[in-house]
Design a protein around this ligand. Structure first.
Ligand SMILES: Cc1ncc(COP(=O)(O)O)c(C=O)c1O
Length: 415
């Protein structure tokens, strides 16, 4: 997508040029340092970033890897999940979540999302555990759907808002499941844990967590990058081994691993950007408050919902509207970029035909997927740009007739 096109009125969905221009000298300095030391793989730049990112997340360890997908795959592979085990996740996420599960040798089974937060529904998880799972003779939890042992849950902190972790951890504890956070969209998001009586950062609550540093993320590399966070030293050591061909000492391979390391230049660039992340996240939060204010009285829209226990970091600002296609083409004509995250739920993707889900499954996900629209959201978004986006949204909604928005109630019925 072109980032800058010279038309000052256009509002990009994501401006990735400005923040890099602002940091250009610093970023080039990182590159120069790598050239001068020829330390391209591993070394102090990677270790320093790992230490800083672990401190940011409030975890004992952060292990830098080559992508968020690898981070999630390695986390799953090192958390005791066996080939053939079932791992629960949501159908409303990027396919990397389920790719990581499958590529770790496990099988994804889906739990529908909450109608307000769009993250895993705790009610649906509980219902599934109670009604769709049983204990086998050995006392292991088994999915009735597949007959396979259920060992883990991967809640996804979608759009920069954490899933209801206390409740998920409580159920996981009750049923003996491991929880691995997909925090790929949630760098710095916080959750107030009643159990711990304090705010917890994304990536610090599960057995392990995966982050993506894909360029457009709240903390993005200038290429591919990811990290696993954990408080478990055993898991951290296993991830380090897996990312490096299964070796701890050069050419001594305890297991078959992967080429999954993060290169030093990306680590250095990420470290430089990490210093700005809290400020960038707070700008995103301010923009969300401003969108909420500007769009509060617009008929036919559902705005993002942030529970009192959540401090979201708005990787995406997602509204819902019936006539999404109409809205997209109106905004496009007005020079405003938008996105859909994600238009087709995973259980309806060709890639997952073999999971044998029916089109009628997961009604909340299906409905949400048909109505969501991501508006421009990035730290450098200006107040004027937000006003323009809001004006165009209002121009479209007032030009079309609406049924009153009873979506929340209808969605409740869909449960
Ligand atoms: C929810 C989610 N999980 C996993 C990933 C995978 O991350 P990566 O693209 O860095 O492999 C992404 C990236 O877009 C994501 O959004």
């Amino acid at each position: 997508m072109p980032i800058l096109n010279g038309d000052r009125k256009d509002v990009l969905f994501l401006d990735l040029v400005t923040p890099h221009a602002m940091m250009e000298r610093e970023l080039i300095g990182v590159f120069r340092q790598a050239l001068h030391t020829a330390c391209f793989i591993g070394g102090p730049m990677v270790e320093n970033f790992e230490e800083a990112f672990a401190a940011f997340c409030g975890t004992s360890h952060s292990i830098a890897v080559s992508s968020g997908t690898d981070a999630l795959r390695f986390a799953i592979m090192t958390c005791g999940i066996q080939p053939g085990d079932v791992v629960f996740t949501v159908p409303h996420t990027f396919i990397a979540t389920t790719e990581a599960i499958s590529q770790a040798g496990a099988v994804p089974e889906f739990i529908d999302i909450d109608k307000n937060t769009y993250n895993m529904s705790v009610e649906m998880l509980q219902l599934y555990l109670e009604e769709q799972c049983t204990r086998n003779q050995a006392g292991k939890l088994v999915s009735l759907r597949s007959g396979r042992p259920v060992t883990a849950v991967v809640p996804v902190h979608l759009y920069g808002q954490m899933a209801d972790m206390d409740s998920i951890l409580r159920l996981a504890e009750e049923y003996g499941l491991t929880v691995i956070e997909d925090a790929c969209q949630a760098h710095g998001a916080e959750y107030f844990s009643k159990r711990l009586n304090r705010w917890m950062k994304a990536g610090s609550m599960g057995q392990a967590a995966a982050f993506s540093f894909y360029p457009g993320k709240n903390l993005g590399a200038c290429g591919e990058a990811g990290a696993v966070t954990t408080n478990d030293t055993g898991i951290a050591n296993k991830v380090k081994m897996l990312r490096d061909h299964g070796q701890t000492t050069k050419y001594i391979h305890d297991v078959e691993g992967y080429n999954g390391r993060l290169d030093a230049i990306q680590a250095g660039l990420l470290h430089a950007k990490l210093a700005h992340l809290a400020k960038w996240n707070s700008l995103r939060r301010n923009h969300a408050v401003e969108y909420n204010r500007l769009l509060a009285t617009t008929a036919g829209l559902t705005l993002p919902y942030e529970p009192s226990w959540s401090r979201a970091v708005y990787h995406l600002y997602v509204i819902r509207i019936h006539d999404r296609d109409g809205m997209i083409s109106h905004l496009k004509k007005a020079g405003i970029g938008t996105g859909i995250h994600y238009p087709i739920p995973l259980h309806l993707q060709k890639a997952y035909v073999s999971l044998n889900y029916s089109p009628e499954d997961f009604p909340v996900t299906r409905r949400v997927a048909s109505e969501i629209l991501s508006l421009p959201m990035f730290p450098q978004l200006t107040g004027d740009q937000q006003v323009r986006v809001a004006e165009e949204i209002k121009a479209f909604t007032s030009s079309t007739t609406h049924t009153p928005d009873g979506s929340r109630e209808e969605m409740a019925a869909a449960h």
